[in-house]
Ligand binder design. Structure first.
Ligand code: DX5
Ligand code: ZN
Length: 221
């Protein structure tokens, strides 16, 4: 057990019932979610297609939660404005998706949004070392991106710790999110290593009681 402040919980609507997305979004807000995580997949950067900016726009009116858009797309820059206009509050993209992450961060910030970078399991923490002054969020993938309901990859814990130390040294206010395979068993491992935000799809949306599911992630610390 650790004695850290409660992590923010960001339900991923990837595991929600797409036939009633508006209700599903409102339900997790009522159940105590802190952010709403929106997984955008292009069938190119990752081997799956999910949804685009028009869906984000459609559900925007069903929730006041911060919309945390996770772009699993390549290229990235041409989509930023669409997601900003659709109601994104944060845009996180993959450092593996292009050579010009710094420019992408400049563009997200110029749109007035919080900016994040995500790292696939194979990508080392040091890849964001030169970008710390541009970042609000670092999203550590604890599964290979593309699908919900996968098993947590434990080797990513050391990366969370490394990033936590890098952030401390930078003196910047950057939150570490962890995405993939989060449940009441893996959540405390991620937060003990330095995560301040946990994405959870299956562990919330596959449960009958969303409030109990969110509470069990928060109190598993
Ligand atoms: C994976 C997505 C995740 C995923 C999490 O590519 O980025 O956000 O939906 O789902 P669970 O919590 O079910 O692993
Ligand atoms: Zn995600």
């Amino acid at each position: 057990m650790t004695h850290q402040t409660l992590p923010l919980i960001a339900p991923s609507i990837l595991s929600a019932d797409f036939a009633k997305l508006g209700e599903e979004v409102a339900a997790v807000e009522k159940a105590g979610a802190d952010w709403l995580h929106l997984d955008v997949m292009d069938g190119h950067f990752v081997p799956n297609i999910s949804f685009g900016a028009s869906i984000v726009k459609a559900i925007r009116k069903h929730s006041k939660l911060p919309f945390d858009v996770h772009l699993m797309v390549e290229p990235v820059d041409c989509w930023l404005e669409d997601f900003a206009n659709a109601g994104a509050d944060h845009i996180t993209f993959h450092i593996e998706a292009g050579a010009h992450a710094h420019r992408t961060l400049q563009k997200i910030r110029a749109l007035g949004l919080k900016a994040g970078i995500s790292l696939c399991p194979a990508t080392p923490a040091e890849m964001v070392g030169e970008l710390m002054d541009m970042l609000d969020i670092i999203l550590v993938m604890s599964v290979n991106p593309g699908f919900g309901g996968q098993k947590f990859i434990h080797s990513q814990i050391a990366k969370i710790q490394t990033l936590h130390d890098m952030i401390k040294r930078s003196g910047r206010d950057i939150i570490i999110g962890v995405d993939g395979g989060i449940d009441p068993e893996t959540a405390p491992l991620a937060t003990a290593a330095g995560a301040g935000m946990l994405v959870a799809g299956n562990a919330i949306y596959s449960k009958p009681d969303y409030a109990a599911a969110i509470q069990s992630l928060k109190s598993s610390q």
